[in-house]
Design a protein around this ligand. Structure first.
Ligand code: XUL
Length: 520
């Protein structure tokens, strides 16, 4: 049997999934929750407490220990790890880990000690900045001034972004130049975890590497000038950049303790969004994915290279080849939950009755759902905005309409801010908690005027990682794997009679957003 192991080192925990690629079955899963199972590291929500709310850092030793723990869980559950033919993984994007020149030696030595103990002395930066960090505005401005905003966007697929790795590296260099000097390699979460598996510094894949503000999408290499503008000597500290699907080494003998066979091919890990693209069966252009989580994200394989002229969307490498776009909206579940709490209703009402008892288009009422500062578009001040009749603006009116208004606003915003990719998708696949809501799904289908498909896989990033290994090592095709593991369970058809109404609402929404952002 050809079994492939996918791992996902995410913000809140580490997940593992073992798939039988030929049989189309998930053979075993295991998960470690940092907050419940590794409380010693004091990262209850995936990050360390900090007096500065903009600073979000985590403990890379926690990620290392979680790898031991999750493999031990798989072994104890009787999973046939000796039949694993390939391993790959997915990491929370943008986060970085800094190690000195002793890293490889320490990974290989160490007798019976676990991974965290081996890694500890090699860290030159004790805490790893993660994607939730937004403390690098100054560094973003400095890099932008040196490289130019247009050039940065065209070369790397994104403007300078606070959570991206380049600005984070620059901040480290400025604040701790000595520790930066001692750093031999700057890893992403993905390449750090892959390094643990192979017992050597692992490369960074194109998919995750493009979330760094350092990777040139035209040459598919680190950009020398941007690296030089980010921090001195950085180019020498970056692991090589390789195509997704590259075997980066054989599994270290350390992992024999879990029943895994030493030497099994380990693939370059990718970022969680690129892995999700694959795991959602959307690796080929034609299918867009909407993930409804704490933040909402919209991503899709690109038919042609494009950059968002407004600077909100990002372009990453697609693990299946070519590129993908990613657009992140901070006011996802955060906004839906806030509206639900304010109205004192339950999820059943929110997802169902609210839509049965309100009109599509909310009788012309519109909102901008900025309960927390939004990044798409960049809204500097917080607070939802309302436009429409007096009762609606005053926060009154029917609860059902207020619920529909927030969901329509989120759908319209996604449609508006994904316009730069030039369409090119015929269907949308939806995942995440709010995809259980029939009202949310119908609204997305109606606003986009595209069929919306749900798939039953709970962890698309972990599955995507396992699929990457099955494809690269076992030669299974993307379509075959998607058909076996990511088949549609429910399709929500758009109401075609609403096409005109929502085209009009989109224009009104765009004007409302534009005027709000332009207001002093
Ligand atoms: C994407 C991003 C998040 C993280 C979550 O740019 O920052 O989606 O990848 O793990």
């Amino acid at each position: 049997m050809g079994l492939y192991l996918g791992l996902d080192s995410s913000t809140q925990g580490l997940k593992a999934m073992l798939i039988d690629a030929a049989g189309g079955a998930i053979v075993a899963t295991a998960a470690v929750n940092y907050s419940q199972e590794l409380p010693l590291y004091q990262c209850p929500n995936g990050f360390l407490a900090d007096h500065d709310p903009l600073v979000k850092r985590s403990d890379p030793l926690m990620w290392a220990e979680a790898l031991d723990l999750v493999l031990d869980k798989l072994r104890s559950s009787g999973a046939p790890l000796d039949e694993v033919k390939g391993v790959s993984g997915s990491g929370q994007q943008h986060g970085s880990v800094y190690v000195d020149a002793s890293f490889e030696r320490r990974l290989r030595g160490g007798g019976e000690t676990g991974l965290a103990e081996r890694v500890r002395p090699a860290l030159t930066r004790r805490a790893a900045p993660i994607w939730m960090d937004s403390s690098t505005s100054v560094e973003c401005r400095e890099i932008t001034a040196a490289v130019g905003d247009k050039a940065l966007r065209e070369l790397t697929g994104s403007p300078a972004v606070e959570r991206f790795t380049g600005p984070q590296i620059r901040k480290f260099f400025k604040e701790e130049p000595e520790a930066y000097g001692k750093t031999d390699r700057v890893h992403l979460v993905s390449s750090f975890m892959a390094s643990l598996l192979v017992g050597a510094n692992a490369p960074i894949d194109f998919g995750d590497g493009s979330g760094m503000n350092l990777f040139n999408l035209k040459t598919l290499k680190w950009d020398e000038a941007i690296a030089a503008a980010t921090a001195p000597g950085l180019l020498e500290k970056l692991p090589p950049a390789v195509a997704s699907g590259t075997v980066v080494g054989g599994l270290a003998s350390y992992f024999a303790r879990y029943g895994l066979r030493p030497g099994v091919p380990v693939l370059a890990w990718s970022g969680d969004n690129p892995c999700s693209l694959v795991g959602m069966g959307a690796a080929a252009p034609g299918t867009a994915v909407i993930s409804l989580g704490t933040s909402d994200t919209f991503f899709a394989a690109l038919t042609q290279p494009a950059t968002d002229p407004a600077g909100y969307g990002h372009v990453f490498g697609n693990p299946a080849g070519g590129f993908m776009c990613l657009i992140c909206f901070k006011n996802g579940s955060l906004a839906r939950e806030r509206v639900k709490e304010l109205l004192g209703v339950d999820w059943e009402f929110f997802g169902g009755e609210a839509f049965a008892t309100s009109e599509p288009g909310c009788r012309g009422n519109l909102m901008l759902p900025y309960f927390v500062p939004e990044i798409t578009p960049l809204a500097l001040s917080t607070g939802p905005r309302y436009r429409g009749d007096d009762a609606f603006i005053a926060g009154g009116g029917a609860p059902a309409e207020r619920i529909r208004a927030v969901v329509e606003a989120q759908a319209l915003s996604m449609k508006l801010h994904s316009g730069w990719i030039g369409g090119g998708f015929r269907r949308i696949r939806v995942t995440g908690g709010a995809s259980r809501s029939p009202g949310v799904c119908q609204t997305l289908a109606d606003v986009f005027q595209a069929p919306l498909e749900k798939i039953s896989v709970p962890d698309s990033a972990t599955l995507g990682a396992a699929m990457l290994a099955a494809r690269a090592v076992g030669g299974h095709g993307w379509e075959e794997l998607a058909g076996k593991f990511a088949a549609t369970s429910v399709t929500v058809e758009p109401d075609r009679s609403l096409a005109g109404l929502y085209a009009g609402r989109l224009e009104a929404f765009a004007a409302f957003e534009r005027e709000t952002l332009a207001a002093p």
